[in-house]
Design a protein around this ligand. Structure first.
Ligand code: PDD
Length: 289
């Protein structure tokens, strides 16, 4: 089955999935994106991803390229036209094609592309044994709550992690507090079992996985506190983990080479992972071993 993508109203072979050089996404990173997982060909947390996508568009005054209903249909059509049963959909909406000039063009139609990607899911060993993260300086802009395609600082931080043999880079602000990862949210668990994670504000992306995991934790009567934590606290924590569409709940067992807690995935993290797997199963029917 060939790989089929969506480009501005047409389903095309992935090799022909191209946009114009004056697309403002390409020239100014003037656009937003979403990544949504599907399992057993069913979308996971579609409503939450759609809500965030529409919010990102509103925050940047980019018109929605189609109705919410039509968006749902295109997502399903792309899954149907590709041969993966589990994977992720990448979608990107730019302000459109216009002669290069910084102010918004008077009459550009938003550019809209979608493709099946991944899955870049962690390997079984990484989930079982946990992963290492490094730290990198936080050097992004002050509206990180918008899922903009402007990802250069994230790319550089993730490259530093890859080079160091780590899964992720945790971004440290000048005051020593950690905002989030280059491509994920994060949390620590104190030695008394309290889950601590950065609150929702303009310093982090409001992750859908984070949102779902916190709801599941609260339902299970686990103690959750939303407040920033410092690198020093993270190093002294009992457990740590990260969350994202492409990692689910992933135990973090090392920061900058130093073990966290026992250096093994802890009970709170493993409980959250199990709850999250149940959540995926309830929505999509995908079973985890
Ligand atoms: N990344 N923070 C950042 C900076 C992210 O890029 C992501 C997701 C998250 C987690 O959000 P969610 O749980 O909704 O996936 C947090 C996606 C997967 C990516 O860029 O590929």
């Amino acid at each position: 089955m060939p790989r089929i993508s969506y480009v501005n109203g047409r389903y095309v072979h992935h090799g022909y999935a191209t946009v114009h050089m004056e697309d403002r996404g390409y020239q100014f990173s003037d656009g937003i994106y979403e990544v949504i997982a599907f399992y057993s060909r069913r979308l996971l947390d579609e409503a939450l991803h759609t809500r965030r996508l529409l919010r990102s568009l509103r925050e940047l005054s980019i018109a929605a390229p189609m109705s919410e209903r039509a968006l749902g249909l295109v997502m399903r059509e792309i899954i149907a036209r590709n041969d993966r049963t589990d994977g992720t959909l990448y979608m990107q909406i730019s302000r459109g094609v216009a002669r290069r000039d910084h102010p918004f063009p008077a009459a550009a139609k938003p550019g809209f592309v979608m493709a099946v990607t991944g899955p870049k899911m962690p390997k079984e060993k990484e989930v079982k044994e946990g992963v290492a993260v490094i730290t990198a300086p936080e050097q992004r802009w002050s509206r990180r709550d918008i899922k903009t395609i402007s990802l250069l600082p994230n790319v550089l931080a993730k490259q530093a992690a890859t080079k160091a043999g780590a899964r992720e880079a945790w971004l440290v602000e000048k005051d020593g507090f950690i905002s989030e990862g280059a491509v994920s949210n994060n949390a620590i668990v104190t030695r008394t079992g309290e889950i601590i994670t950065h609150p929702l504000n303009e310093s982090i992306l409001g992750g859908v996985t984070r949102d779902v995991v916190l709801t599941l934790a609260r339902k299970a009567k686990m103690k959750v506190t939303e407040r920033p934590f410092s690198l020093k606290e993270a190093k002294a924590a009992g457990e740590a983990f990260l969350t994202s569409t492409t990692s689910n709940v992933l135990p973090v067992v090392k920061i900058d080479g130093a073990p966290i807690g026992t250096g093994r995935p802890g009970p709170v993290t493993l409980k959250l992972l199990a709850l999250y797997h149940e959540h995926i199963f309830r929505q999509t029917g995908k079973r985890w071993n």
